[in-house]
Structures are given as structure tokens and as C-alpha cells.
Design a protein around this ligand. Structure first.
Ligand code: ADE
Length: 242
């Protein structure tokens, strides 16, 4: 997979050179290219923002530097298909595990994180002619810019690419996987730590019992912590039983 990350703070993405994503790049599973948006400005101050039309607080990102940066990405994308452009924004659709799985199948993803009050709306309209545009939010809160959201999304997407995670089995059991339940609690040695014991069933060696216990814990947790997910899970289970 190829990723293009365009930002006025390309250094922000250095965290992606660490750990599993860093290794995936070294192994050739992933190519991450960072572009400084200001390289596509042509004035002395390398201006990327301007006051909002119609007045109001803050500044809006000008569309032209973005269009030129995106055109440069397109011009060296050999593939014929329109690449996917992800625009992180708190006013987008919610980024979920399912969305991560869909995006993990793409060959080329381009991310355009805005700063200030966002990017002039005409940019995404224009971009639709050349890209499949996804405006995505990572949650119902507002960040100072989209860069942190890009890191979140890149991490969630790339760990689903075959070979990025050593133990692919760990993907099927975790929270937000196919059954829509949260993950069960996990423990390690010693069996007793500061007066607290591991649940006895985990020491029993009885795999069927352990599996049943874990499933029950997942259900309890989901019911208590995320009644919204639990309601969806119950509906899906009832449909499957029909
Ligand atoms: N930019 C600012 N806040 C954001 C959010 N919640 N999700 C995605 N991009 C953002």
C-alpha cells in the first residue's frame, strides 16, 4: 500500500516510523510519503490560509496549494483508478473498524488533514473529479488539526494489511471485530499479584470452559460499557437466528 500524507506539519508523521508501521515500511509492505503543503505556495510568506468569506472567527485553508499538492500526487500515481482521498474533519462520517477494513484493501490512500477552521469547501468538490473522497471524523470532539486523526486512521488501517502484524489471529478476537463485542479481560503471570488472583477458570486448562467464560465477559462488558454496541449486537444475533 502507498500512503501520501500532505500537511503543513509533515514532521508530525514521524511517529509512523516507529514500531510495526516502521517495520512494515522497511519490509516493503507500506510506502509512506510525506509532503509539505507549503511547498505548493508561491508567495514569500508561503501562505496557506486566509480569512473566512462572509466573516467570522479563525482562518480557512486556501484551496489552490491543496489542489497543486494533490495534482503532484496524482501525476506520479501510475495506477489508472481514482485513488482514495481521506479528508479528516469533525463534520465527516464516523471512522469505524469497518471503515478501516474497507480502506485496508486500497492500493493508494491520500490524506489531507486541514488546520485552522478547515479547507475551502470547493477543494473537496474539485477533488471528487480525481479521487474517491471520504470525509471522516475519528470521534465527536474537535482537535486542533487533522494530523492526529491521520495517525489514528493510518494505524487502524495498516495493521489490517496482511503481514503487518505478526500474529494475525490476534485481529479476530479484539474489540470491534466481527461480532461487535468488546474484548474480554486479559491477564498474565503471576497467578497472584498484590493479593489479586487471576480468575480460576484461566488456570484450568479447559479450553471450552475458558472460551465460554471469555464470551460471557465480552458480553457483560459490552452491555455495561457500550449499551449502543450491545443493542446492535442483539439485533444482529436475532437476525442471524431467524
Ligand atoms: N479534525 C479536527 N477534529 C477532528 C476529528 N474529530 N476527526 C477528524 N479530524 C478532525
Amino acid at each position: 500500500m502507498r500512503l501520501d500524507l500532505i500537511s503543513i506539519f509533515p514532521e508530525y508523521f514521524e511517529a509512523l516510523n516507529l514500531s510495526l508501521i516502521g517495520r512494515a515500511q522497511q519490509d516493503g509492505l507500506l510506502e509512506i510519503r510525506r509532503t509539505n503543503l507549503r511547498d505548493y505556495t508561491h508567495d514569500r510568506h508561503r501562505t496557506v490560509d486566509s480569512p473566512p468569506a462572509g466573516g467570522g472567527a479563525g482562518m480557512v485553508m486556501k484551496p489552490e496549494p491543496w489542489a497543486q499538492a494533490l495534482e503532484s500526487v496524482l501525476s506520479d500515481d501510475g495506477a489508472a483508478a481514482r485513488p482514495i482521498l481521506v479528508v479528516p474533519t469533525p463534520s465527516g462520517e464516523l471512522f469505524t473498524q469497518q471503515r478501516a477494513a474497507e480502506l485496508a484493501a486500497a492500493e493508494h490512500l491520500v490524506f489531507a488533514p486541514g488546520r485552522f477552521e478547515g479547507i475551502d469547501e470547493r477543494l473537496t468538490d474539485w477533488a471528487q473529479e480525481h479521487f474517491q473522497v471520504h470525509r471522516l471524523s475519528i470521534g465527536d470532539y474537535v482537535l486542533n488539526g487533522g494530523e492526529a486523526a491521520v495517525i489514528v486512521m493510518v494505524e487502524a488501517i495498516t495493521r489490517l494489511i496482511p503481514g503487518v502484524i505478526g500474529n494475525a489471529e490476534s485481529l479476530t478476537e479484539e474489540s470491534h471485530s466481527a461480532d461487535g463485542l468488546l474484548e474480554y479481560p486479559v491477564y498474565t503471570k503471576p497467578a497472584e499479584w498484590r493479593g489479586r488472583r487471576i480468575p480460576e477458570v484461566l488456570l484450568s486448562g479447559n479450553h471450552a470452559k475458558i472460551e465460554a467464560w471469555r464470551r460471557e465477559q465480552s458480553q457483560q462488558r459490552t452491555r455495561r460499557r457500550r449499551p449502543d454496541l450491545w443493542a446492535k449486537h442483539v439485533v444482529a444475533r436475532e437476525r442471524a437466528a431467524e
